[in-house]
Design a protein around this ligand. Sequence first.
Ligand SMILES: Cc1cc2nc3c(=O)[nH]c(=O)nc-3n(C[C@H](O)[C@H](O)[C@H](O)COP(=O)(O)O)c2cc1C
Length: 358
Amino acid sequence: MAFTARSVASPRVINIHDLRRLAKRRLPRVVFDYLDGGAEDEFTLRENCRVFEDLTFRPRYAVAMPKCDLRTRVLGADLAFPAILAPVGYSRLMHPAGELAAASAAGSAGLIYTLSTISAHKLENVRAASTGPVWYQLYIVGGREVAEAGIERAQRAGFSALVVTIDTPVAGLRERDPRNGMKELLGGSILSKLPFLPQMFAHPGWLASFLLDGAVPQLENIVIPGEGPMPLMDVTAALAKAFVTWEDFRWLRKIWTGPILVKGVLTGDDARRAVDEGAAAIIVSNHGGRQLDGAPATLRALPEVVSAVDGQAEVLMDGGIRRGSDRSSRRLDRPRLCLRSRRGRPCRRQPRTGNSAR
Ligand SMILES: Cc1cc2nc3c(=O)[nH]c(=O)nc-3n(C[C@H](O)[C@H](O)[C@H](O)COP(=O)(O)O)c2cc1C
């Protein structure tokens, strides 16, 4: 029998759900829920995962099985397998090494890392931390002048693509955050913090590393002229004013000379518009269910987008992907590849085997 052995590095971490369990144990609730949660009733977040249960493989057997080769190319870059690390804001709250560690791991694995604008390590250091390609995700926080300075820095540092996120015209209401005292803990008075402090003391390992790292970090890649890096507690208000419109793409194309990806597309109309505005790739995404609750699962939106793009740009997707089989089960719709961010959310799914001729 010619089975390829699968190696499992640690019996504690066999799949993404195990990582979620460990994160839940290590992090205070306010940090874990920020990472794990979605907007409002979290319908879209759940649906992103659940739709994979509607699909099963249609396996074909009794064929020779050559050695699997998962390598692929996206926007001219070679990847060891078809995944990219999606932008994740506030990563330094989860671990002091935050974006540096994630970029370094992506490079070692032969993958691309995407750095969020909402990041606390300097983008130059993040670029240097990875041996692979690194992309810069843009929010126009602080206005065009501030964004332009960030884009120019990213270009000089060697980021190879710009990911423009369009699905944040209003901030998603993530109800776990106010319940856990996110605002008070980031910037409130000592008195307002008091009710929320026990969750911190219950996680002394995280608390010690957070305090040794200088406590609440500032956003090193959003530099306000005459003031310096934006404090983390100012970012929610700044993001509320930071929406992107199609008119911004003309300006972006002038200042960014590399490829532009449009992230947050869920319809054929927006996909076509993105292509018209010069997008080299479209990312089908609903922000992991963190923005508009009630938006469709990305797997459902994918066929319409692929057909509208009609080969004129590369199509990537994210949302709800928790296993390699989630990705391969979408071969029919031919997304180029998928982005991974987080969350070993325990979504139940059917066991699947074999090839993905579905
Ligand atoms: C904690 C967290 C922070 C995120 N921050 C950003 C961000 O700064 N910019 C962005 O475009 N998307 C952000 N996203 C969305 C992801 O890039 C991605 O679209 C989404 O998480 C994919 O869904 P999944 O979590 O089900 O894999 C964030 C997601 C999470 C979970």
